[in-house]
Ligand binder design. Structure first.
Ligand code: UT7
Length: 325
């Protein structure tokens, strides 16, 4: 038995903001952003779109590519830090209705930028346990909606997008998801969190004020570099493979410098890490499926190749999954 990734769909907002355009509104420069992060632009969700709209489009794209009808889906797992609703209902339920996958199980996973890895692991494990045959794993975020535009150390980093994978349980073995490592360091929770507006303690209706991202950039940076190296080593330790066997490492796209530092630490050429942060910035849980789809379109993923997905983010969480494509 294997859990196979059949297709990857994406939804990328049309509105694109280059570093130069951002520098006209924020105290920053294209030179600073590029040299410190590798980011050149970001895409921003259209005004009427919610996270579930981007997610639903990416899911329909993935379903069409897999030639699977929405009603054949048994499970939807959505990774998002920017749900349509605070608390409930889950964004997965909203998406379920939007794509017409009525009746299937639907749940959200909260793991920050590691969300897609966590969601893929949860969905794969459920299919492995024979709780369904086909699942949609979606990473969707609209972080520009919770960005503090007066904080130049964070507002230049993020973009909006969604990516979805259709995964299926097949009887033949040796392909698809081979193994995973998930972890968290809860002690670092305050290094990257959503600051909630102060609540009125009276019985009145609470004010509607948007929460914003707060980040200790250096702490997250150091955690990320260490995590990539540790995850790769742990994943290899738990498998029979060597690093040289993997054609690609697909990291969460948070900062090109993080990947460069991790590559150096692991002694792997940077070219083995797939990067597309320049165009999309950090799209949180969407970044890995966005990268995968681009690789599929460019013909970089060949059946039989070993690929490693590596993520890190708020929590602080980290996770990696080995796949035979
Ligand atoms: O998805 C997972 C979550 N996020 C991450 O993985 C991000 C992890 N952290 C990082 O990528 C980096 O820490 C940042 C990109 C956020 C910051 O880079 P840095 O090299 O650590 O910069 P810094 O915070 O040490 O700031 C250096 C200087 C400061 O000026 P002074 O004090 O040296 O005069 C900042 O005020 O750069 C200044 N600065 C900026 N200048 C122009 C900070 N942001 C900007 C900006 N434009 N946007």
């Amino acid at each position: 038995m294997s859990i196979l990734i059949r297709s990857v769909g994406v939804s990328i907002p049309e509105q694109r903001i280059s570093n130069e355009e951002l520098a006209a509104r924020v105290d920053t420069t294209d030179e600073w952003i590029r040299s410190h992060t590798g980011i050149g632009a970001r895409h921003v969700a259209a005004e009427g779109d919610q996270t579930s709209d981007l997610a639903a489009r990416s899911a329909l794209d993935a379903l069409a590519r897999a030639k699977i009808a929405p009603r054949e889906i048994d499970l939807i797992v959505v990774a998002t830090a920017t749900p349509d609703y605070f608390g409930f209902p889950s964004t997965a339920c909203v998406i379920q209705e939007k794509i017409g996958a009525l009746g299937c199980a639907a749940l959200d996973v909260t793991a920050g930028c590691t969300g897609f890895i966590y969601a893929l692991d949860v969905a794969s494990s459920m299919l492995e346990a024979r709780k369904g045959r086909h699942a949609l794993v979606i990473g969707a975020d609209t972080l520009t909606r919770i960005t503090d535009w007066s904080d130049r150390s964070t507002c230049v980093l993020f973009g909006d997008a969604a990516g979805a994978a259709v995964i299926s349980r097949i009887e033949e073995g040796g392909r698809g998801v081979l193994g995973s490592v998930l972890g968290a360091e809860g002690g670092g929770a305050r290094a990257l969190y959503l600051e909630q507006p102060a609540r009125d303690s009276t019985f009145g209706r609470p004010e509607q004020v948007v929460p914003v991202i707060r980040m200790d950039g250096k702490e997250v940076y150091n955690f990320a570099v260490k995590s990539i190296a540790v995850l790769v080593e742990r994943l290899l330790h738990a498998s029979m493979y060597r690093l040289e066997d993997f054609s690609w490492i697909v990291p969460h796209q948070a900062n090109a410098r993080i990947v460069q530092a991790a590559a150096k630490r692991l002694g792997v050429p940077e070219s083995r890490f797939y990067m597309n942060i320049e165009e999309y910035a950090n799209t949180s849980s969407a970044s890995i499926p966005l990268a995968l789809r681009e690789m599929v379109d460019k013909g970089l993923l060949v059946q039989g190749q070993l690929v490693m997905l590596v993520g890190f983010g708020s929590g602080l969480t980290y996770g990696a999954i080995a796949i035979r494509w």
